[in-house]
Design a protein around this ligand. Structure first.
Ligand SMILES: *Cc1c(COP(=O)(O)O)cnc(C)c1O
Length: 450
């Protein structure tokens, strides 16, 4: 046997950037912790992989048994600049040492204002903007609806098939999928209407045709005179990384403008360089009236934001928006460091490179394997929709089997989609090409064995 000498893998924060599986997955310490979880944590709180993290850096998560996992999930599109990026860690430590909370509504602080200024400058559209900060994506979506209702004096909200907007009462109503998000949790908030999305793989419609279909449903079943806002993910996240056909989103935005309806882009998953633009709306030149962000905004610190046209954002009465923790100073410090890191590291361009590498390998796979119905997404937000070969029948069992095989070999992958048949890839943009290539090799083996 000959061995090829290879250079040691580079390290980030002392964590070697390589996959290393040293026990069964999950290992014995994780199994012990899973037993404690069962006794202590509500059963409804699920985990994708029952593997307990102890450290994470770059594109690697280290577990309590010493396994090094390649991270293709970024904690659901959150650690975009890399897990525990040293610049984000330093900003968090410095702010925590200065003060952790005063409440922006009691005695405000500069970090909140600075985040709002940065968001106003970054959000698409050359018009005056304002921002408000919250804790979670769902909370920011709720506030988008509050602001749109306040500005228009109208009640109705239109969302789309396959949409995901969160787990609070209003956002459950806005989310499409019953299991696991809504089942048994009703009754839900009223005045939420669902329109047909553009889903090119399954409807075969052009963007214009799909927009005409959606708009005619909105006009006949809701009526612009009753409609406060249309809320849409430019690329759907949990719904299956569905990219509407070109022209669908601009047509919808144009209809909203012409009819006094607020156009809201939910970029909680697509935002912050993830798709090869700072925001996915930019790909088609959209200028959303309101932009909702969270996930990738603060490197894992809980923060979300609503950014939009000044006249819309300023319509609500004084004191009408807020919350105890909204725009927490530590989270704001993290967000400023994240935005600096995106700029300094050229992460918008890096997302495109990742998309080329990952998307290219997956398209090669699709050409060989008829069970891969479609490869889609943009930048570092890529998915494969799996079907029974020769049909478009969703194959959720295959997605589950491939994910399980990848997990067993130390690759963190997530599934999604209304039919549960989509494997989605959301690597941190700090991941190396070597790690990414290794993870795709694992996936190829998983497909071959499934
Ligand atoms: C995750 C997500 C949300 C909800 O965000 P939370 O922080 O989990 O409340 C809303 N919209 C989209 C598109 C998401 O991906």
């Amino acid at each position: 046997m000959t061995t090829t000498p290879t250079a040691p893998a580079p390290t980030v924060n002392g964590v070697p950037q390589e996959r290393k599986v040293v026990t069964a997955i999950p290992g014995p310490r994780s199994v012990e912790l899973a037993a404690r979880k069962s006794d202590a944590v509500a059963a409804a709180v699920g985990t994708t992989m029952p593997v307990y993290a102890t450290q994470a850096a770059g594109g690697v998560v280290v577990d309590v048994d010493g396994n090094h996992l390649v991270d293709l999930g970024s904690g659901i599109a959150v650690t975009t600049v890399g897990v525990s990026d040293p610049r984000v860690v330093a900003a968090v430590q410095a702010q925590a040492a200065a003060f952790t909370h005063t409440c922006f509504m009691v005695t405000p602080y500069e970090g909140y204002v600075a985040v709002a200024e940065r968001l106003n400058a970054l959000a698409p559209g050359d018009f005056a903007k304002r921002s408000a900060l919250f804790n979670s994506g769902a909370e920011a979506v709720e506030n988008a609806v509050k602001v749109a209702r306040s500005y228009t004096g109208k009640d109705a909200v239109v969302v789309f098939d396959h949409a995901y907007h969160g787990r609070t009462n209003l956002t459950m109503a806005m989310t499409a999928k019953n299991m696991p998000y809504k089942h048994g949790f009703g009754p839900f908030a009223g005045e939420v209407y669902r329109a047909p999305l553009s889903y090119p793989y399954r409807d075969g419609l052009s963007g214009d045709e799909a927009a005409t279909r959606a708009i005619s449903m909105i006009e006949s079943q809701v009526g612009a005179a009753n409609l406060a806002c249309v809320v849409i993910e430019p690329i759907q996240g949990e719904g299956g990384f569905i990219e509407p056909a070109a022209g669908f989103l601009p047509a919808l935005q144009a209809w909203c403008r012409a009819n006094g309806v607020v156009f809201v882009a939910d970029e909680v998953q697509t935002g912050f360089a993830r798709t090869g633009h700072y925001f996915a709306s930019e790909a088609e030149g959209l200028e959303p009236d309101l932009l909702v962000t969270a996930k990738g905004i603060a490197g894992g610190m809980p923060l979300s934001a609503l950014t939009g046209r000044a006249e819309i954002m300023d319509a609500a009465h004084a004191g009408g928006l807020g919350g105890t923790y909204g725009g927490n100073p530590v989270a704001c410090a993290a967000a400023l460091a994240v935005m600096d890191a995106i700029e300094a590291d050229g992460l918008v361009a890096r997302a495109r490179e990742i998309g080329d590498l990952l998307g290219g390998r997956l398209r090669d796979l699709a050409a060989r394997d008829a069970r891969v119905g479609q490869v889609r997404g943009r930048g570092a937000m890529i998915a494969v929709e799996l079907v029974e070969a020769g049909t478009t029948n969703p194959d959720a069992a295959l997605a589950k089997a491939v994910a399980a095989a990848a997990h067993a070999e130390g690759v963190v992958v997530l599934t999604c989609g209304t039919y549960g048949n989509v494997l989605r890839f959301l690597p941190p943009l700090a991941i190396s090409d070597a790690l990414l290539t290794d993870a795709v090799d694992v996936l190829e083996r998983a497909f071959a064995g499934a």
